[in-house]
Design a protein around this ligand. Structure first.
Ligand code: ATP
Ligand code: MG
Length: 560
């Protein structure tokens, strides 16, 4: 995996300079440190591509390390899904992931060392009181009355905290830094809290848990991370991380911050995504409308397409917002290269070819992928009764409509040129139920030996051979560009798009698709890219539309 295909980035430049100067003996060690409190989303894909990409580019390593310091919100389901997603994206973290919880003893021992050095103390203030005494940007905080406890008393109390002698929230361990620091993170931050909660890996061994700000840098140090790459909101925490490793005199990773990915019409807060799942507003974490990596995979996004998108974003020092269409561009670009073309009709209209012999079947040769000659061709059955898209016929064609209408000729892709001769309607509703056409037998394969021009080529499937499928079409999950922002007096879920899912239950597809397997990807000619759903089976085919053929959802599509 490479982090930067065409564009260079400033993090890469720092690493190149470090290698040249011999810092860390030229070693490159990065990490991707998710908290297992939800499924990974497309923002994480950016971080994964960057961290694993840089490691691989410079012959280094990238660890997958679970930041599992918060037992109340973490679950093994999340751990398993994260491992699967990182692997799928091509993140090579070796045989095993690592866990912050594996270092709990070392982190505890280092806390004891800081107490011994007079750099940490046990504080009896409640969380509420700690917050209330932190001060403001213009006023210093108030020193805790427990700040000057003796080392002996601190050591004793901290050990008793660990032994479970005190209830949740009764005491904390705090770093003794500077209550007047202009940086809030340096105003005696809490290092440990008491939490009698079962941990998904350490069980009930611990009833005190390190705070993220205390654990994170020490984990990086233990793993000898050379470049600790994180998002911009941690810039202000860097002085604290530096302070801890300097007090302890341990390996000092270099933290480098970059911009978080935000996408229009997309939410990336795991907390809010969890709300959608818990309230049943989406089917699951891997609902194809979700911005999760598992949802995108299920929808048909390719790992290569996601990585190309992430690489192309580059990194910067200011947070911005990226158009969703940019992501779709990279997905489409990759699928265009790789997806097999097929024909499928989503909203079928029966066509009878009145001059085509009953019972005759011709197998027409169709190209599997014009972008990839090695993909070869396949045979598609042609017969007297076909389905075409309802949209490809108009009894009274509007101006500029060149598809089928009475008296007009179109090309059936890989089939014949056909002319519409008759329209059959439901006498009760007046609805068109069937149309009759004649073929020109001289145009087999859709060729025109006489060189005549037809303005439209449409797709079709043979009625007798078609397989029926459920096809799910998606629109954005939210109707507004910034869905995290609730409308006035409302909640963010008010921004949900009621039309984000359309289910078609009787699409007609060419027979080769009967054997399609979950996660197979296709281009349905003229309709977009589709992926076989994970629930699909031979007797009940289910497809998800991955993305349209063009960037059409934002604009009104102009069809010829
Ligand atoms: P969220 O706020 O969505 O819950 P998080 O930052 O709490 O995300 P973590 O599990 O802590 O999620 O993230 C793991 C890594 O992924 C971190 O290094 C974080 O910086 C990075 N990351 C998370 N979200 C994004 C994003 N939107 N863009 C880029 N990197 C991200
Ligand atoms: Mg986090």
């Amino acid at each position: 995996m490479s982090s930067s295909s065409e564009s260079s980035n400033f993090i890469r430049d720092i690493i190149v300079a470090d290698i040249e100067s011999g810092k860390h003996e030229g070693r490159v060690q990065t990490r991707f440190p998710p908290e297992p409190n939800g499924y990974l989303h497309v923002g994480h894909a950016k971080s994964i591509t960057l961290n694993f990409g840089l490691a691989s580019e410079f012959g280094g390593k990238c660890n997958l390390r679970f930041d599992d310091t918060n037992p109340e919100k973490e679950e093994t389901e999340y751990v398993d899904s994260i491992i699967e997603d990182v692997r799928w994206l091509g993140g090579d973290f070796g045989v095993k992931p690592l866990y912050a919880s594996d270092y709990f003893q070392q982190i505890y021992d280092w806390a004891v060392e800081l107490i011994r050095k007079g750099k940490a103390y046990v504080c009896d203030l409640s969380a509420e009181e700690v917050r209330a005494t932190r001060g403001t940007p213009t006023e210093p905080g108030i020193e805790s009355p427990y700040r000057n406890r003796s080392v002996e008393e601190n050591l004793d109390l901290f050990e008793r905290m660990r032994n479970g002698e005190f209830p949740d929230g009764a005491r904390t361990l705090r770093a003794k830094i500077d209550m007047a620091s202009p940086n809030f993170n340096m105003r005696d931050p809490v290092m440990y809290r008491i939490l009698h909660a079962e941990h998904h890996r350490t069980g009930n061994k611990w009833c005190i848990y390190p705070m993220y700000d205390w654990a994170h840098g020490q984990c990086d140090s233990i793993e000898k991370i050379t470049h600790s790459i994180c998002t911009l909101e941690f810039e202000d925490h860097r002085p604290l991380y530096d302070w801890f490793v300097e007090q302890l005199g341990i390996f000092h990773p270099q933290q480098i911050e970059f911009d978080r990915l935000s996408l229009t019409y997309t939410l990336m807060s795991k907390r809010k995504l969890l709300t959608l799942v818990q309230q049943g507003l989406v089917e699951s974490w891997d609902d194809p409308r979700m911005p999760t990596i598992s949802g995108m995979r299920r929808r048909g996004y390719s790992a290569e397409g996601l990585r190309n998108f992430a690489r192309n974003l580059g990194v910067s020092k200011t947070n911005g917002i990226t158009e969703l269409s940019r992501l779709e561009y990279y997905i489409r670009e990759d699928l265009n290269r790789t997806a097999t073309r097929v024909m499928g009709v989503l909203k079928p209209l029966k066509v009878v070819l009145t001059n085509y012999p009953e019972g005759q079947v011709e197998w027409m040769e169709a190209v599997n992928n014009p972008e990839d000659p090695s993909a070869g061709t396949r045979q598609v059955p042609f017969s007297r009764e076909l389905y075409i898209e309802q949209d490809d016929f108009r009894e009274v064609p509007p101006k500029g409509y060149y598809r089928l209408s009475p008296g007009k000729e179109v090309r059936l892709r890989y089939g014949y040129l056909v002319t519409c001769t008759d329209v059959v309607k439901d006498p009760a509703t007046g609805e068109v139920t069937e149309i009759h056409c004649t073929i020109d037998p001289a145009t087999k394969g859709g060729t025109t030996p006489d060189g005549r021009k037809v303005k439209s080529t449409i797709h079709w499937v043979s009625a007798a051979h078609a397989v029926t499928a459920t096809v799910r079409l998606y629109d954005t999950l939210f109707t507004v560009e910034n869905p995290g922002q609730a409308p006035e007096g409302g909640v963010f879920t008010d921004n949900l798009n009621p039309k984000s899912l359309e289910v078609i239950t009787d699409a007609k597809l060419e027979p080769a698709l009967a054997n399609a397997k979950p996660l197979d990807r296709f281009q349905f000619e003229r309709l977009g890219y589709f992926c076989v759903d994970k629930t699909s089976a031979a007797d009940k085919l289910v497809f998800n539309r991955t993305v349209g053929l063009r960037d059409t959802w934002a604009k009104v599509e102009k069809k010829g």
